[in-house]
Each structure stands twice: as structure tokens, then as C-alpha cells.
Design a protein. Structure first.
Ligand code: NA
Ligand code: NA
Ligand code: NA
Lengths: 384, 72, 384, 72, 384, 72
């Protein structure tokens, strides 16, 4: 060991040398992508709780020679401990369940169907991904990849991460980034579609006050959903089960200390680790491809089609039932809780400044979470 | 491709079946809980609490007694 | 892949199909058992912090085709990470230690013997389990199983889970359920035994005020207990060590932030995961056997004998010492902190409405925790 | 069966030995701490705190000085 | 199994028997060492957050026959999960980053150089360790051991643990104990050196008020440091990256729930587990050697040289620049945040009772954390 | 031994290079942020908040409306 050699050896392992080496530009670009995600999160308010950790994880994973996302690196360890195993998304779902009030859905059950219709985006996008693979030579999504891309349309982060980590772990980074980015863009993506598909009269429809939901009903609800899921679709029970477990902790009223921890410290710790680990999947060779562009475009399509599906079913239901629904709440069926429900409320106020749709939109909004978990269950059962 | 359409038909059917059945179940449940609302006085989870409350009162009484004893 | 086949394939993997298949009824019954545990926890106040997660874990573990408790499933992973390794019960003990005030025991040392006598239930039940195996053909507990069943009489959840996970993991589910259920039933099980074994005069005995215990004594206590345990019984030091570590964090007064985290967020997170993982051991083929009925009966016996042991030793001590003890505090020696001490207080008030035994009963109560950890150490050392 | 009785005898002996010795140790300890109570003024753990307190006072003083400097 | 044999078997596994067996005195001494660490922590205020868990871990690891730190024991599991993997020190760094305000450094950038100079202690000690190995026959540190010992001079716990666990896991226990002990002794070690190397006039130098640092600068700072570290020294990016991630969570202002969890519950949980796991490396056969004495002496030297390095560079800078620096803040460059900065302030007040150096000393103080992480990166890159 | 001196020279050089470059970067950064301070009105992270604030106001308004509706 002498001084010159030591400096040389350090120099060959600097990031500068790494970026100048063959393929190093890819890492540089990915670090820039990570910085952009962080900038979007901080300055533009794009889902900062997730995109800051994901962006930072992406930067760390692309540092030349550090091997943070390779075997033995700490992001590799976190990824395998928490995401490959499915634990982190399920623990996030536990916390989400403990934070969610299903009251608005229980008070107006039929809005659950809007949350079903909005899942159309998932399956349409799946077909789109297969079409793209067929007609664009540089893109080669198989059925598992297509399913993982489709789930972006579920507008639900943990579901997307859970499914993609099982079916297409290599695409996990881009899928999660697309899902969270579009969830942040919901206030921009949805309103034009909502206005296009509805008349001003429809947008002004006032809905009748939601009934009061008793404590007992709220306790029975998570059990009921779980039982239904067990009977119909066991492959969705990890997701639905943890969501309902969290909700039961919240509603039962006798384990508030567990419920509070699930919706605060536990979900925060897991969010930090999950974000970093998801970011560690932003590897240059996987991300800087035409396929990522395909995922971005398909993801946008997924959100648009899901929005349209929800709105159109609401209009159809108005044709069939006498109890009128404001079709603007249909768009909330994509989930993206609570952003999409707020969008419904805001667009509704434009047409009728006394028409507060927020609580009405929360019904399809939370139903959308169930809907996309069910869709994920179907995809897990049939695409594995 | 064909697989995609199959998945769409099957997937949307299952999603609608699931949430449709859930609508039915919620309606049944609502009927039940509205019909038998008197069986479920609001805050049913509190059932276990009165016992504890007495215990806590006891605990407070004990504490007061203990303080008195220590002072006196 | 075509539509009909896909529906068929989904149908063969529904819970409905699973329950109708050979052996499926067992899962159905276990799900019902899980629901009953949740109901007992919510409506009857049976140790809800543990029985809700355990019940939910039991439901999830019995969903056909979901494989949540099988290799690769998330409850399997949690179980192996936290229970097979012994970590979760030890972390719970850390939190319990940080929540426990040993002051009442230090103020009246000889009540520690009551906490020893009440461990009689553990060993009597162990003998009972062996007897049952000998005379009932359908029941075949070996010595390890018998030891794990006996520990139910320790009336201490983490100790029971720690021991059973080492000696008889297959019985862990039923043992934990029995232990927590009987702990919840202490106010019903103990009073008749206490009244039967004592005279009204004994029950009215007033005990002299506990002396003040200085901070220094409270700091020295956990160290002293640990040193004693090291000298006498190293096999009990994981349990006793973590309990005393938690207590030292609490009493030393210079690491309050660690103590607070240990007794709040950490214990809550671990409780959620431990409960689910324990529930994952409620497998139908292990639970729906005559052996479980045996465990339930033996567990009840364990609580009764432990209660009697504590009360009778108190009476004996009154014969030998001039400083009189109210024998009602003997029953608190089974642990079940703080329920058993409350029961002593309540029964005492019936005979003498000015006789508050709560603080006096806390001495044997916390000594009982030490006693059952010591008993677990002996069983670990001799039955492995 | 016989094993069970062996375990009971051995186990209960160890449990009583452990808690019995603990009683002895606690009594010794109590004698010691009551005899030498003046060595342990209540709140002994606070020993390390005065230092910190001064530091914190300093910190506050610094902060005030800083504010004054910035204003003035 | 009979009674006599059982008692005999228990007796052969008591701690008493263990201590009396060959080599058992070592465990006894180590338990005493653990008790001394706990006493220093509680009574003398020596870094209690770390030294209580480390001391307790050391006791648990040295219990004969319990095997708590051997394969299958719970401290072994915690060690491998959290320290061998590097996770725990990195998570601590995340929390430290979320607690650190780099404002004083940003306001007076050139004080960063003091944080560089104070790292002289690391490398001088490394040379010292090699010298000792050469001239003392009973001591045989290789280059990895020497690097791990040198890092004590970084006066930064997580960095020392991270580096030592990678290069010399067997010395981890003594290195961590030395590092934290000397950090606690900073108020005793540093002042004489500071007074020796400075004149009263120098000690009385008043520094001009620090400028206000805007929010935007504070957000850009962690990104800037990370980018620099990526370009120059990828091997330091796990440490620097997590520190800066934590700091970004704090400063960005949009993810306060993550920042709060990182600096409270998460760091507390990890501190408890990390301390126990570090303590588990206090094995008698490794600790009760002349090498440990060497480490203790070298560690003291490291702190002294680092202190001198910082003070002397400050004096040199005063020769070269017109903007005068009080050389007392140079000693804060060793890190030991915030103790060393408080020492600068206190010694400064002795010479000039109106001279508050605390905020000025925070600059080199936090720069010292960066400096020692960089030094660790160099050692990792060249000594592996 | 020689290795130790090599490590010291290389190590201290890298540490000084790193922190020296950081000094330069911080100075540049300070110049930039002081020069263009008007681009960064204090509390820049609040940019995203007004939107939320309106939403929250809406939420409150909704809640009030809901309460009125339930009462009336
Ligand atoms: Na959805
Ligand atoms: Na007990
Ligand atoms: Na340092």
C-alpha cells in the first residue's frame, strides 16, 4: 500500500469515475430522476410521504460502487425483509385500515358499485400493455408485467406494491412511482374527464343526507368484508384481511392503544423503510428503457379509464334507480383516498356552490380500495 | 391479447360480484341493526367498562386512604 | 386461458370450495372460533389487546388456499421472525418490566413467598396432563407438552408463549388462548375458591400500611433479581433479564425516552404482531382434537390450584409469623397482573368495607410474574 | 408420571428457593438503605442533572444574547 | 429422571457452577464490568441512553449456560439482524440527521475545516495501534483492527459501530464502550488541552453573529452533501446518505410525521436493540485481554489528538484569514454532539463571561460528524 | 506501520478535500440564495399548503352543513 496507489484506488471508486465508466451515465440519470421526484414531492406536494423516501432510495441505489441495493447492501436487506416478503405493504394496509372510516359507504351501500366500475382502468390497461408488447418491438411485457402495470389503475399504493413485488419485481420501481405520481395528479387528470362525461344538470344533483351509522354496524363491517372475501377470493385475503384488521382495531373501541400505534408510529416506520426499498428498485438498466415510457403512458390511461368507468356507471345507475346519484362521485371510485373524493367535491361546487359531495364521494372512494384489492386478488390467482 | 380480454371479463365480474354481494350484505345488516337498534344501545363496546370504572374508583379510594394513612 | 376455465379455476380456489372439500369443515370451525374470540374480547372484555389479534390471526391462518400461515405466507414469516426466535415475548416482557412498579413487593418482601406458592398450579397441572395422557387414549401429551400446558397456571402470557414456542410449538395456539382467556376469567374463577378456603375473620384482617420505598432501592432491585437468577437458574435469564432490563430503564430515571418507548410504541407494535403470529398456530388439525379440550380443562385446574396454593400459604404464614397477612392477597400470587390483585381487593371489601388490599396484593402479584418465569426456567432446563 | 412428581418437587423447590433468597436479599437491602438513607438523598438519579441544568440555562442565556444581537 | 439427578443437573447449570468452572471467572468479571457501565451511566451520567443497554447486554451475554449471545440466543439474533447487516447504526444516523440543525455550519461554512482537522485523532490512533502491535508482543492488531480503533477518535457512536462491525466485529464491544465513555468524558478530557494550546487573548475572541439561514438553503444542504459524497467517496454514502435523508425529512417541512417518528420512536427502539446487541459482543475471552487496555489508551489518545487538531487548525486559520475564529470552537470538531460544543462554550465563558460560543461551536461540531463518516468511508474503501 | 502513514495522508487529504469542497459549495449556495432570495419567500415548502387549506376549509364547511342538515 503506497500513497499514489491508494489515491488511484480511491479514484477508480469515486462516483465521478463510475459515472464516466461504461453504463455509468444511466446511474447519473437515475440520480437525477431521484432528485426530480424529491423536488416534485417538496415543491409540488406530490405524495411527499412516499415520493421523498422513494426518490432518496433511488439515489442511494444508483451510487456507483456503493452496492447499497445489491446483495449485502442495506437497501437490499430492507427490500427482502419487507417487500419481497409482502410484510411492508400489508402493515401499511393495517395502518390505512385503522385510519379509514367506512361509515359513508355503510350509509349508502350502493355507491360500492362505483368503486367496482372504476377498476375498469386496471383491466383495460392490462390489455393495453399486451397490445403495446405486440406492436412495439422494444417493449416486451408478459402477462405478469401487464397485470402489474394494470394495477396502477387501482390508484392504491400498497396494493400496487404488493402485487408488483409478487408478479414483476423488476418493474416495481417504475410502477410505484407512476402510481403515486398519478395519485398526486388526480386533481389535474380527473376534472376534464368528469366534465366531459356529465351535463351541468347532472353535476348539480343534490344527494340526500347520509344516515347515521351505529357503532355496532361499523364493528360488524370489517368482519363481513373479510368473510365475503374468504368465501369468494382467498387470494385477496392478505390485503383485505390486514385492511379489515386495522379497521376492526379502530372501530371496536377496546384496543385504542393498538389502533393508535398502527396508524401512527408503525405506519410511519414502515413508510420510511418501504419507500427506500421501493426506490432501490429504480435500477438504471430497468428504468431507462422504452418500457418505462410505456408504463407512464399506460398508467395515465388507467387513471382516465377508471375515472370514466366510475362516472359512467353512476349515470347508468341514475337511469335504473329512482334515488339519484351525482355522477361526479363516480370518479372517486378509483380510490386515491381522499384526494379523489375531494376532487368530486370541488367539481361539484363549481356547478352548485351549495352542494357538498365530500362525504358522499367517500363511499365509492373507500369501496375503490376494496375493489382494487379484489382485482389484485384475481390477478394473483390467475397470473401466477 | 386474448388473455387480456379473459382477465378483464373475469376480473370485472369478480369485482362486481364481490362489491355487489357486499352491497346486499350491507343492506341486510342495516335492516337488522335498524330493526334491532334497541339491542345495541350506542357505544356497545362500553359494556366492559363499568366494571373497570368501579375498579378505578376503588383504586382512587384506595389511594386516598393510603394518603390519609401516611399523613395521619 | 379462456373465460370458462378461468372462472372454474377461481371457483376451485374459493373459500366455499375449500370448506366443502375434505377437511375443509375444520377450517370453517376454526374461523368461527376466531370470531368467538374476537366477540369475547370486544363484548366481554376478555384481554382484548391479545385476543383480538390472536382471533384475527386464527381466522387468517384458516383461510383455504391462501396459505397465510404456510411457508412463504406473511404470518409464517412473522411467526418465525418473532416467536420461534423468542424475540416477541421477550420484547413484551421488556415493556411489562418498564410498566411494573415493584415497590409494593420491596416494601413487604415476605409476600414474595405467596407468589412462589401460587406456582403450584403449574406443576400440578403438568402432572394432570401426564395422567390424562396415560388414561385417555385419544390424548398423548409428552413431557414437553405437559410442561407447556402446566405453564398456563403461571397466568402470564409472554412466559407461556415463550415456553410453549420452545417446547411444544404445535400447542402454542391453544395454550395461549387458554392462558389469556382464564386471565380474563380471574374475577369469576378466583372468588369462590378464596371464600371457600378462608374464614370471614381472616378475610377481614387489616394489614399495616406499606412503608415508603426509596428510589435507590427500586434501582437496585432489578439488578438484585437478575444477579440471583444468574447465580441460580441461567435458563430463566432471558425472561427475567428482559423484565428487569425494562424495570431498570423505568426506575433509573435517566433514560425516560427509552422507557416510554418500551412501554408504549414498542410493546404495541410487538403485541399486534405477536397476537397475529400466535393466532397463526390455531391450525384446525391441531386445535380440533380432544387434546384441546384437555388443555382447556387442565388450564382451569391450573388457575384453581394456583389460587388455592397462594391462599393456603398465606394462612400457614399467619400460623408461623406474628405479622398477620390477609390470606386473600395470596390468590394474587398467580400473577394475571393487575386483575388478580383487584380481585383480592374486591373480595376483601366484601368482608370489611374499609380494608383496601390492592397495594398489599400487588406484592404477591408481581412476585407471581417472577415465580412463573423461574418455573419456566426450570421446565426449560429439565424438559429439553 | 413419576417425571411429573420429580418436576413438581424440583420445580417448587427452585421457585421457593429463588423467591426465598429474594426475600432475604430484599430484607438485607432494606436494612442497608434504611441504615444509610443519608447516603441516598431522595432522587439520587438527579445527581447528573444539575450540570445539564446549568448548561440549559447557558443555552437559554445564549439564545437571549443571540436574539438581542439580532434585534439590536 | 429422579429428584437427586434433576437437582444435580440443575446445579451443574447454575451460574455459580459456571463461574467456578474453568474460564468462568472471566464471565464473572465481565458481569461486573457490565454493572460498572450501568453504574457510570446512572450515577455519573455517562451516555446513559447507550451505556445502560450496552452494560445490560454485556451482563446477559456473559451468563454461563444461557447462551444468550450464542447461535440461537436472542442477542445473537438481534446482533445479526441489526448490526452485522449495518441496519441499526444506519437507522440511528437517520434519526440523528432528523434531529440535527446544520444551520450554524451553513451560516459559517469555513468552520467545516475544523471538523476535518479534528479527524487527525482517527488516523494518528490508527498508527498508534499499529505501533503498539509491533512493539507489544501480547497485542496483535491488524490493519482492520487498527482502523476500527482509530475510529473511536471520530467521537461518533453509530459511525464507530458501523465501521467496527464491518472490519473487526470481535473488537466491537470494547470499541463502542470506549467511544461512548470518552464521549461522556469530553468535559474532562478536552478543557486542559484547549487551555494548553491557546492564550487567554485567543480564548476571549468574540465572533460575529451568525447570519440567518433560509429554509431553502437548509433543504438544499443535505442534497448537496450527498451529491458531493457520491462524487468523491461512494463507500461513505450509506452513512452520509442516511444522515442526510433524516435531515431532509426534517428540513423539507412536508413529512413531519416521518421526521418525528425517525427522531423519537424509531431511534428509541433501535437504540435499545443496538445497545443490547453491542453489549453482546463483550465476550470475556475477547475483552479481558491486554488488547482492551490498548484500545482504552489509544481511544484516549484519539480524543486528545483530535481536540488538539481542531484547536491548532483554528489558530492557523486565524493567521491566514482576517475573520477571526475563537480557537476554542476547534475542539468541537471531534463531534460528540452536542457535548463538545457545550465544552467550547463553557471554557470560553471562563475567559470572557459575555462570550457565548455555543452556536459558533455547533458548526465544527456537526461538521465533525460528516468528517468522521468520510474518514470511515476511506477506511472501509482501503482496509477491506 | 507504513500503511498507517499512507492511510493518514490519504485519509486526511480526502477528509479535507470533502469538507473543503463542501465549504466552497456552501459559499456558492449562500451567494445564490442571498442573490435570489426573492425567488424563495420564507417557508417555501408551504407552496403546496394553500390548496390543502382550502380543502380543509371546504371540509369544515361540509361538516357544518352536515350538522345543520342533521339538526334541522
Ligand atoms: Na382502487
Ligand atoms: Na405467575
Ligand atoms: Na467526528
Amino acid at each position: 500500500m503506497n500513497i499514489i496507489e491508494s489515491f488511484k484506488s480511491l479514484w477508480t471508486e469515486t462516483g465521478l469515475a463510475g459515472f464516466l465508466a461504461a453504463g455509468g451515465w444511466g446511474n447519473l440519470v437515475m440520480i437525477f430522476v431521484g432528485l426530480v421526484l424529491i423536488w416534485l414531492a417538496i415543491k409540488k406536494g406530490f405524495e411527499p410521504l412516499l415520493l421523498i423516501p422513494i426518490g432518496f432510495g433511488g439515489i442511494l441505489a444508483n451510487i456507483p460502487f456503493a452496492g447499497i441495493a445489491h446483495e449485502g447492501g442495506f437497501l437490499y436487506i430492507i427490500y427482502h425483509m419487507g417487500i419481497a416478503s409482502g410484510l411492508f405493504p400489508l402493515l401499511i394496509f393495517l395502518g390505512v385500515g385503522a385510519m379509514t372510516d367506512f361509515g359513508p359507504l355503510i350509509a349508502n351501500p350502493k355507491t360500492a358499485l362505483l368503486g367496482a366500475a372504476a377498476q375498469l382502468g386496471i383491466f383495460a390497461t392490462l390489455i393495453g400493455a399486451l397490445l403495446l408488447s405486440k406492436y412495439v418491438p422494444a417493449i416486451g411485457f408478459d402477462i405478469k408485467d401487464a397485470a402489474s402495470i394494470g394495477i396502477i389503475g387501482g390508484a392504491d399504493g400498497p396494493t400496487a406494491i404488493f402485487l408488483a413485488s409478487k408478479l414483476s419485481p423488476d418493474l416495481l420501481g417504475s410502477i410505484a412511482v407512476a402510481a403515486y405520481s398519478y395519485m398526486a395528479l388526480v386533481p389535474i387528470i380527473q376534472p376534464p374527464i368528469m366534465r366531459l362525461l356529465t351535463t351541468p344538470e347532472e353535476r348539480a344533483i343534490e344527494m340526500k343526507q347520509l344516515r347515521h351509522v351505529s357503532k355496532a354496524e361499523k364493528i360488524v363491517f370489517p368482519i363481513m368484508v373479510l368473510v365475503l372475501c374468504i368465501l369468494l377470493l382467498p387470494s385477496a385475503t392478505p390485503l383485505i384481511g390486514m385492511l379489515m384488521f386495522g379497521n376492526l382495531l379502530k372501530e371496536c373501541g377496546v384496543v385504542d392503544r393498538l389502533s393508535n400505534t398502527a396508524q401512527n408510529e408503525l405506519i410511519n416506520i414502515v413508510t420510511i423503510l418501504l419507500g427506500l426499498a421501493v426506490g432501490s428498485k429504480l435500477a438504471a438498466e430497468k428504468f431507462l428503457t422504452l418500457e418505462t415510457l410505456g408504463i407512464v403512458l399506460l398508467g395515465l390511461g388507467a387513471f382516465c379509464i377508471g375515472t370514466a368507468g366510475g362516472v359512467l356507471l353512476a349515470k347508468l345507475m341514475n337511469k335504473l334507480c329512482k334515488d339519484q346519484i351525482n355522477p361526479l362521485i363516480g370518479s372517486a371510485g378509483v380510490s386515491a383516498v381522499p384526494m379523489a373524493a375531494r376532487v368530486s367535491n370541488k367539481v361539484g361546487l363549481e356547478s352548485n356552490p351549495h352542494n357538498f359531495l365530500l362525504m358522499h364521494a367517500m363511499g365509492p372512494n373507500v369501496a375503490g380500495v376494496l375493489g382494487s384489492a379484489v382485482a389484485a386478488g384475481v390477478l394473483l390467482a390467475l397470473c401466477r | 391479447m386474448a388473455e387480456g380480454f379473459v382477465l378483464m371479463v373475469v376480473g370485472m365480474s369478480v369485482v362486481f360480484a364481490f362489491l355487489g354481494l357486499l352491497v346486499g350484505a350491507m343492506n341486510l345488516c342495516a335492516t337488522f341493526f335498524i330493526r334491532f337498534a334497541h339491542w345495541f344501545p350506542e357505544a356497545p363496546a362500553k359494556a366492559a367498562q363499568p366494571a373497570q370504572k368501579t375498579d378505578d374508583c376503588t383504586a382512587i379510594a384506595v389511594a386516598i386512604a393510603a394518603i390519609k394513612a401516611r399523613i395521619g
